[in-house]
Design a protein around this ligand. Structure first.
Ligand SMILES: Cc1ncc(COP(=O)(O)O)c(C=O)c1O
Length: 361
């Protein structure tokens, strides 16, 4: 197994995804300080950090109906995933991971010296998880199973029954289940239906990035049983030790604003989902599972080359989507709905024109 030391997807996302009609995005538009109703007076720079800032840990714990001892506050879901993987996997262990999935989970596990053993979530089966596929992928060295819920790239939602069964399979194998729930937040449900509530075998991660456009605060967390949470806090001393105080103080402000922000984002997604449905009904060249929630879909191009499609989109139509190559599915591409409604309408209209151009050759 080659040790990963870089992420091709993240490099592409940071350097090549920007466009006038950026449908490569998967999170809400970035929010300014004013959206939090905050001013510089609210920002503090001082304050000793122990293992987390109590008001923030309590706020996160309250949101998920758990105890602050189960919360590890970390910079974004990215660091939450990394610390969880680092804490739960040793070199030579197997990580059973859904395929397709978010590439960074796989790269991070490979960086840590773990082997990735995939199980398939099939497009023809609306990207469901079949617990029997997970069971078949388990080896004597499996210490962790990794899932995303909602699924990146398809937005498929994992029913509790499926999660529960995967949890049982993992427990019997002496493993845990990592569920990246960063897109679950985009359901805007209260209380949040986190897998954390299904039992201690689950370790979940999330942040304020995707559902609230607050990536800049880098407010992410792991939810885990207290023993595991303590271990992850201690492990994080090797990486980041303390948080940026201004970000912590603003994150606390942000939590008080989430219920004000949610309805607008929710409406935007609903409108874009309606436009997407109309668009898909006109396209015989795409096969697409479009669930009634989530910020992305993962259409399959039924004939023609996705690389060429992406090239035409970018060069002629100033529009981007994520090539399916980054998910190990070269016939697919990921299309984002979390952009303003006018941008989305124009973006998919341009996608339609690019598809027509591709067909004409
Ligand atoms: C599944 C998944 N997890 C984590 C992240 C990163 O989130 P954050 O900004 O909270 O680090 C992304 C971003 O694309 C993602 O798709």
């Amino acid at each position: 197994m080659t040790r990963a030391t870089a992420s091709p997807y993240m490099e592409w996302a940071k350097t090549r995804s920007a466009a006038r009609y950026n449908l490569a995005r998967s999170g809400m538009p970035d929010q300014p300080l004013s959206a939090l109703g905050a001013t510089l007076q609210d920002v503090e720079t001082d304050g000793a950090d122990g293992y987390g800032w109590a008001p923030l840990l309590e706020t996160i714990a309250h949101r998920f109906g758990t105890s602050p001892a189960s919360v590890v506050h970390l910079p974004g879901t990215s660091m939450a995933n990394f610390v969880a993987l680092a804490g739960l996997l040793s070199p030579g262990d197997d990580l059973v991971a859904e395929a397709p999935t978010y590439e960074l989970i796989l790269s991070a596990a490979r960086f840590l010296g773990a082997n990735v053993v995939p199980f398939i979530r099939r497009a023809e089966d609306e990207f469901r998880v079949d617990p029997e596929d997970v069971a078949r992928a388990i080896t004597p060295r499996t210490r962790l199973v990794a899932l995303t819920n909602l699924h990146n790239p398809s937005s498929a939602r994992l029913p509790d029954g499926t999660l529960f069964r995967v949890g049982e399979i993992a427990r019997e194998a002496g493993a845990r289940v990592l569920v990246d729930e960063v897109y679950l937040e985009t359901l805007y449900e209260t209380p949040m239906p986190t897998a954390h509530r299904l039992g201690p075998v689950f370790v979940t991660t999330s942040s304020l990035t995707k559902a609230y456009g607050l990536s800049g605060l880098r407010c992410g967390w792991v939810l885990a049983e207290p023993d595991v949470a303590r271990r992850l806090w201690r492990l994080n001393d090797l990486f980041g030790v303390n948080h940026a105080r201004p970000a912590e103080t603003l994150a606390l402000r942000a939590f008080a604003k989430l219920t004000d922000l949610a309805p607008g984002f929710s409406r935007m997604l609903e409108t874009n989902r309606g436009a997407l449905r109309e668009f898909l009904a006109t396209r015989s060249d795409l096969a697409c599972f479009a669930p009634p929630h989530g910020t992305v879909v993962f259409p399959k191009l039924l004939s023609g080359d996705v690389g060429r499609l992406c090239g035409i989109l970018r060069e002629t139509y100033d529009t981007t989507v994520v090539p399916g190559d980054f998910f190990g599915r070269p016939a697919h591409f990921r299309l984002g709905l979390s952009v303003p409604v006018d941008t989305f309408r124009e973006g998919i209209s341009r996608l339609g024109q690019a598809l027509d151009d591709l067909r004409k050759g």
